[in-house]
Design a protein around this ligand. Sequence first.
Ligand code: ADP
Ligand code: ASP
Ligand code: MG
Length: 419
Amino acid sequence: MRVFKFGGASVKDADGIKNVYDVLQKVGYEDVILVVSAMGKTTNALEVVIKNYFEKSTELNSSVQEIKKYHNQILLDLFEEEKHEVFAAVNAQFAELEYFLAHNKSPNYNFVYDQVVSFGELISTNILSHFMNFMGIQTSWLDVRNFIKTNANYRDAEVDWETTQQLISKNVPRKQLNITQGFLGADENNFTTTLGREGSDYTAGIFAYCLNAESVTIWKDVPGVMNADPRYFENASLLNQISYREAIELAFYGATVIHPKTLQPLQKKEIPLYVKSFVNPLLKGTCVSKGVDLEPQYPCFIVKREQLLISLSSIDFSFIMEENISEIFGLFHEFKIKVNLIQNSAISFSVCVEDKFGNFPELNAILSKKFKVEYSENVTLYTIRHFTEEAAHTVEANKEVLLKQVSRETMQIVTKELS
Ligand code: ADP
Ligand code: ASP
Ligand code: MG
């Protein structure tokens, strides 16, 4: 069996969905499972709905209507006639979402988040499945919540591998085209859970692992994995082959093209992962598999913007030792601040962090009681795997370098734009 993952960008409008059909025609669809994300930026739009819900905003209804309108336009472009049963089916899904928002009693933000955002994937797969049938490809729509079982850690649920393995290997139909949702799972009580933002790649990895699949293909708006994000680097070039280890490193440092959790299950069973262009599906793209680390051997650039560089030193001339460091890390964890780089010296301890939830001011108040805290906001963290002097020079040009760390294969540079 082959596992294909189509992300939000590939199904963002009617042309995108028609293109999925074209891709399947070109590469075949027998014995395939499609893992599909929410359409375009629907997950972000549903996050706005959740925010409006908790803030009891008057915009709640209009934020739902906007998502409905967006999907309805796609339906009109795909199916011409409003008589098609898909209109009623998608309407029923929106009615279910509205019912949930009107009747939910749980004050648990993360629980509500998962029950609401999941509609993005449930609706996109419903539309895609109807469209494939409409075009003459028979499909089975699978509710992923009957297959991927997780704990109840809403928004970042952990997979129960044993149960999931059993359900998938027993119940996924073979020799046909199956369509299911990325990103979602279900807990013991059958409440919907999610695997973390951008988690659809991981879903593809889970299915591939449990099915002993032949391969996974992630279809993208880029030709494959490149040595830098082509949005920011003009000269980004395609990588033909990457080892699992190298791909895990790239994803870990923040190359957003593959979700970091995806690779380890695949590596365990040596299932190859292809990253290919949904525009040119017959091109080779990138293959992540056992074999050479990187071909061609280009330096790889990863950029993380809007970082915070924090430097802590002691108030009383003492050193920052294990005891302080473990306390500091405990606090970062508690405030959901992600540490991307660490450097310490005799008298100071520096970290480059990402404060996704805006918790730093609160944390700073606590840290400042014990340490002298200095920080620079809005800095950029560059990671260069397989760096060369020239590569470092490209990054450093016209910027102020605040911190630099070098290991055998990796160079990390924290910079501030010169204003
Ligand atoms: P999906 O629709 O599957 O979620 P994403 O938008 O998350 O797709 O990922 C595709 C984007 O990832 C590309 O448009 C590209 O800008 C970005 N990207 C970041 N790093 C890389 C890289 N090293 N190689 C290719 N694309 C990259
Ligand atoms: N729709 C989810 C998100 O946008 C999952 C995914 O696309 O991978 O985060
Ligand atoms: Mg994505």
